[in-house]
Every structure is written in C-alpha cells, then in structure tokens.
Design a protein around this ligand. Structure first.
Ligand code: ADP
Ligand code: MG
Length: 730
C-alpha cells in the first residue's frame, strides 16, 4: 500500500536538474520578443495607423473599423512570421486563472485552399461560448452570450504559437463578467480624481497612473511526491500530515542558497517571462522549506496584473518540465508559513512624480502628504471592503493566523511620518488663519521629510498596509489571487476619497480660505478622523486585537461574513457613484465568491473523507493487526506473568490506534451529515456560512487523529509522503 510513496522517493533521488539551454544572447537582446509592442507596431503598421492607435489609447477613445483592420493585418503578419498559427482572446474570468479559446488564422480562399486572415472585427471582439464561466446568475445559461473586447492598453503577445489578445469579458447586456473590466474602470476613476487634486500643486499634470509591483510566493514540490498525495492533486494543499521534526525553526532557508534543480526551473521560466516583456527582477528562497519568491520591477497596475497571471501560468508549465509542481495555494502545509502576494502600490503623474515619494521642496511635499493622508483615510473608511477583497478559502488560513497580516486592517507609516502628522494636528489652527511664522515653520519641517525618510524608513512586517518609503505595500493579498480584486477596491476607494477631499478644500477656498491653508485644515481633520487605523506595533499580538476593538476596528475571520462588506449600502453607493459596478454586478460577484468558497470547502471535505476511509483507516487496521499478531505470539511463548508485562505496552498501543480509527470514522460520518444539511440550503450566502461553521471545523478535528496515527504507525506501511519528505527531499 505504501508502494507509491516509496516509488516516488526513489524516483526523486534519481532526478538530475534539467539543464536549461543558456541563451547566447543577453537578456536585453530578446526581452519582449514575443510582444506586439510599440517597436513592432512601428514596423508592422503604417505611420498613420500607428499614430492614430497611440493617440486613441492615450485618450481612451474607441478605435474605428478601418484602423482596427489595419492593426489586425499588421499583427497577423508579425504573428505568422513568428510561427503563430492561431489567435485567441485572453481574459480574466472570475476564477483565479485566465481563459482562452483558440481559432486558427485560416479561412477558405476564393482560389481554393486556405489563406491566413485576421480582420479588425476578430481582433476587436469575440464571442466565446461562455456559459461555463462563473457569473453569479448574471447570465442565464439559455442566453449564455458574453463577448470579449480588446483591451488596447495591454499589448498582444505570443505563447505557444498562439497570438493572445488581452480582452475584457462582458455579458450581452453589458455587465462585467471578469476582473479586467472593473479594474480598468477603477483605474480611470482614480486617474480623474487624482489629476484634479494634483492641479492644486502642479497645473501640468494630465494623467495619474496606478503602479503595482507584486511579490509572488510559491512552493515547489517534486512531481512524484505530489502525485502520491491525492489531497495536493485535488485541492492544492495537504489536508493531513504531521509536522516535520525540523521545519523552519532554524531560519536556514530564507535567502539561503537556491537548490540547483530549483534554480534551473527559475532560469527557465524567467527567460519565458522576459520574452513576454515581463521584467522579473528578484528571486529568493522564502522562510518555509521549499518556499520561494519572485518579483518583477513594478508596472502600471492593469499590465502588472496581466503579467502576474501570465507568470503564474508560465511557472505552472515550466515546473512540469522540471518534474516539479508549483503550489500557489496560500497554505499548503499546516504549521509553517503560507504564501502571500504582497502588492506594492503607488501613484505617479505624467510629469514624472511619484505621489508617494517626498519631493524636493515644501510644495511637492505638501502634495506627498496630501496623497499619503488621503490614502490612510481611504483605508480607514474602507477597511472592511479591503479585507473582503483579499478573502478566500485559501487565504483564511493565513489571515489572523499569526504569520501573515492579521484580519484587522490597519496602516503603518513609521515613526517619522507619524511625528509629522502629529505636528500638523498640533500646529494647524482650527478655522482661523495660520500666522505666517507658523506656516513657514511647518513648511520647513515638511521640507525635511525626504532627508529624514532617506535613512529612516522603518519596516513593519506585521502590518497589512504598510508605507515603505515611496509606496504602500498591501501585504494581505493571497498568493493564488487575481490581484485585480484588491486593486479595484483600493483604487476605487482612493478615487472617492480624493473627490471628497477636493470638495472639502474647494468649499473652504470658496469661503475665503487660502489654498494651502485649506489643504492643511482638511488634512488635519483627516489625520484626526483616521487615527484609529494607524498602528505601529505588532499586528500579530493579542494586545492588538483588544486595542483594535477599543478603537472600533473590525476583526473578521470568516470568509462569508467578511464578504458581507460588499453588501453594505455604502459599498454599493461607492461602486455605483464611480461607475465601477452597478448593484446587479456587485451582487453577481458576491454570489460567485460565496459559491467559490462553498465549493472549495466541499471538495476539501470530500477528499479528506475519502482519504480517511480508504487510505488512513485501512493503514491503521493493518498496523493494529501486526500488533495483535505480535501479542498473540508473546502469549504463545511466554508464561502468563512475563507475557502480561511484555504485552502491556503493545496492548495499550492497539487500544490507542483503535481509538483513533474509531474517532476518524465517527467524525467523517458526522462531517458527511453536516455536508448533507448544508447542501440542502439553496441561498448561497447561508450555504457558505453553513460550510464555514458546520463543515470546516471537522477537517481540523479529523486531521488531529490522522496526524497522531502517522506518528505511531510503522513508517514502512504509511501510504502518503510525509511533511519531512515533501518539504526537504529535492
Ligand atoms: P522588499 O524589500 O519588499 O522585498 P523589493 O525590492 O523586493 O522589496 O520590491 C518589491 C516590489 O516593489 C518590486 O516589485 C518593486 O518593483 C516594487 N516597487 C518599488 N517601488 C515601487 C513603487 N514606487 N510603486 C510600486 N511598486 C514599487
Ligand atoms: Mg516586500
């Protein structure tokens, strides 16, 4: 029975690193080769088409039919020269991966045979049979029509001889069925609101861009061991497994030397990423054994998100080539660190200013403070939504579990900025003019921010939303997630906040207050109002939970209850006012999230039940029989007194194993009953709550017994690869 496990180990020890072919070229020579970027456009489009395209993407204007035809023809020529035979619209449905449906370029020729063809119409729009993508009831299957439309802001690329065109995905009635549509809307709302506020400081600003630099954590597991663990194959994580005696206690993995086989894998997927114009910059070992991280140079948020999804796909494919499986699950192993996807986020202007970077003079620094304080205020006001945006069945193992951002949303600014904010509160007078001396003094201090920050950006790794010198880092995002979800909420929240700020400042100016004083006054008010969300201490501590409660901050750990934030009146208003989601879209999305959660717990619970009954219980029984035989043997050989003393321990062990077996069986039966009751609930939210509260707890209880058995039962007959093998054999 344990054959598979030992075969897997044998196979693993025979493995050699797969040699990747070293490119003769330097990275810069082939970087972006597989992308239809501006350079290739120049080459493959006539100059008029190129210019009209550039202008319309900058101004977000629609592209007319003739132009689309010309671009499609140019794209096709380039793609076929590169060996592509097919094209596809590539989109982000509401699952955590991307979707594509390929069509060949061929069409019948009027002269017989076929020709390669690609029209503007096909470039601009496609109609995938979309009935199987989650829509939360927005699209009934009998009218399963949805269509994809070209996102001109993200360039087309070639993967595996297929030309991929990044697209949005919407229903025929116009509701968004994907992540990209609302993300683009949120980014555009933020742009508009931020440009308006920038006008206080710099009249030349015409565009504000949101930037994201994601850090992707993941585990690599040898393919044979992975395939010997049905729980990993079906759920992406281990549902059982006793802790390895050594795991991450020695802190010897973090930033350690990257194992040879892993390096070969990294090298391979990075090359593929470079060809796709994805600027992967950093790679290193993470805290847990067999855990790693990669991060690119930050990019515009929509592009960064496309690139993150692409990289995850590249990694999955490349891992298989190297006989690894890559795990993006947030918590593949109990008891050691899980994986996140930190999202570094900033805003920058078309005049070259990073709005989260203190500038060279008091004026740009006041602009910096304006954006900083408005962000903190937005985080305070929308903390429930921000939490909801990163909640999932996988991430719930991390959030609030003492290793990753807590489920209380707070913001960290560091000692010096905190001091600066306190100074503003102290010195700016309420509703009366600032005396000139004070104003100079304040501005002078503000002017000193860059110098102070230069050497003093303290880090706080327990804060879910931390300022890190020139950007914020949203650290609560799950490793498997599509980062659009948090980026939609964050950019929408900041858009509304900046609009509110402008309204308040303009009102003061209208009633006669000078501009910079009006700004100071509103900032002061915001600093005071948002103070509860600012926290500099240890976010993992028990004291913080108590303190946060006193401050009126919420601490929600349940996924379905956390998702309720999207249901609230204020949330609906926020998204509706800025044109991000109408009520129907928001409801649809929530339905999808509840269903996703329910299905994941349902699958996990089924897998655990099956494995318990057909892997673990029989193994326990086998081991018990061995012990029973041994005891019977003792009885045959020894006299009664000696037998009793010798067999005592073994009989105790038989009892022990037997108890665990009975408990497992009983708990599995109870779990099945709980599932049956939950399955009868038709309302999706109630069903998700039932799965969370009635089914999920059994999984912990059952695994306790299994993990105990793993320690007792003869290693030779234990069927599943153990943690020490999964994490250390490589
Ligand atoms: P860490 O110390 O957090 O590991 P890294 O140097 O690995 O920092 O950077 C993390 C990510 O932050 C990278 O993707 C990087 O490009 C990104 N980043 C740096 N500056 C900015 C910025 N201004 N806006 C957004 N992301 C940024
Ligand atoms: Mg970081």
């Amino acid at each position: 029975m344990a054959k598979l496990r030992f075969q897997a180990l044998q196979e693993l020890f025979r493995r050699e690193p797969i040699k990747s072919e070293k490119k003769a070229q330097t990275t810069s020579e082939y970087y972006g080769n597989n992308v239809f970027d501006r350079t290739k456009m120049k080459k493959y489009l006539n100059i008029d088409a190129y210019e009209v395209f550039t202008r319309s993407t900058e101004k977000n204007e629609p592209i007319d039919r003739t132009l689309a035809d010309q671009i499609a023809a140019g794209m096709k020529t380039w793609a076929t020269e590169m060996g592509a035979t097919h094209y596809t619209h590539w989109f982000h449905p509401l699952t955590d991966s991307t979707a594509e449906k390929h069509d060949a370029f061929i069409e019948f020729s009027e002269f017989g045979g076929v020709v390669e063809n690609f029209s503007g119409e096909r470039l601009a729009q496609q109609e995938p049979d979309a009935s199987s993508f989650p829509s939360g009831g927005l699209r009934n299957t009998f009218e399963a029509r949805g269509y994809t439309a070209w996102d001109t802001s993200s360039p087309a690329f070639i993967i595996n001889r297929t030309l991929c065109i990044p697209t949005i995905f919407v229903s025929y009635t116009g509701e968004a069925l994907d992540y990209k549509t609302p993300l683009l809307k949120a980014l555009s709302a933020m742009d508009k609101a931020a440009v308006d506020v920038c006008q206080y400081f710099d009249k030349n600003v015409r565009k504000v861009t949101s930037n994201t630099g994601w850090e992707q954590e993941y585990f690599l597991i040898d393919e044979s061991l992975f395939c010997a663990r049905p729980d990993m194959m079906l759920t992406g994580r281990t549902l059982m497994g006793h802790a390895s005696s050594k795991d991450q206690q020695m802190d010897d993995h973090y930033f350690g030397a990257i194992p040879e086989r892993v390096k070969a894998f990294m090298y391979d997927f990075e090359q593929e990423a470079y060809k796709l114009g994805i600027p992967i910059k950093t790679r290193h070992n993470e805290v847990a054994p067999n855990q790693f991280e990669c991060a690119p140079i930050f990019e515009e948020t929509n592009l960064a998100n496309d690139h993150n999804q692409l990289v995850m796909e590249l990694m999955r494919r490349t891992a298989r080539k190297h006989h690894f499986r890559v795990l993006f699950h947030e918590k593949p192993f109990a008891g050691i660190n899980g994986s996140g996807k930190h999202c570094n986020w900033s805003l920058s202007t078309d005049t070259g200013t990073n709005l989260f970077k203190p500038g060279r003079n008091p004026k740009t620094n006041l602009q910096f403070l304006t954006f900083l304080i408005n962000t903190v205020k937005a985080v305070h006001k929308n903390s429930d939504l921000l939490r909801a945006s990163v909640m999932s069945a996988g991430n719930t193992h991390r959030m609030g579990a003492n290793e990753a951002p807590p489920s209380i949303i707070s913001a960290f600014l560091g000692r010096h900025l905190t001091h600066m904010l306190n100074e503003i509160v102290e010195k700016v007078p309420d509703n009366k003019e600032m005396d000139p001396e004070l104003k100079t003094d304040l501005k002078l201090n503000i002017g000193k921010i860059p110098e102070i920050l230069l050497d003093n950006t303290d880090r706080n790794r327990t804060s879910p939303f931390a300022f890190t010198g020139n950007r914020f880092e949203f650290r609560a995002v799950g490793s498997a997630a599509n980062i659009a979800a948090p980026m939609i909420v964050l950019n929408t929240a900041i858009a509304q906040q900046l609009k509110d700020f402008k309204t308040e400042v303009d009102e003061l100016i209208f009633s006669g207050t000078k501009k910079d004083e009006a700004i100071f006054q509103v900032l002061k008010k915001y600093i005071i109002e948002s103070e509860p969300v600012r926290f500099e201490g240890n976010g993992y501590s028990k004291e913080w939970e108590t303190e946060a409660q006193k401050r009126g901050l919420t601490n929600i750990k349940s996924v379905p209850l956390g998702l309720d934030a999207y249901h609230k009146k204020e949330a609906k208003e926020l998204f509706r006012n800025l044109g991000i989601y109408n009520n129907k879209e928001l409801e649809g999305r929530l339905e999808v999230e509840y269903e996703k959660f329910t299905k994941i717990i349902q699958i996990e619970s089924r897998v655990l039940g099956d494995l318990s009954i057909n892997h673990i219980v029989p193994t326990g029984v086998n081991y018990m029989n061995l012990l029973i035989k041994n005891v019977q043997g003792l009885k045959d050989i020894f006299d009664d007194v000696e037998y009793k003393s010798l067999a005592k321990g073994r009989i105790e062990q038989i009892r022990n194993v037997s108890t665990h077996i009975s408990d497992i069986k009983e708990l599995v039966n109870e779990m099945i009953e709980a599932r049956k009751i939950a399955n009868r609930i038709s309302e999706t939210r109630e069903k998700a709550i039932a799965y969370d509260e009635q089914v999920r707890p059994f999984m912990e209880k059952i695994r306790v017994h299994i993990d105990k058995l793993e320690l007792i039962v003869d290693n030779e007959i234990w069927p599943l690869p153990k943690y020490r093998e999964l994490l250390f054999a490589r």
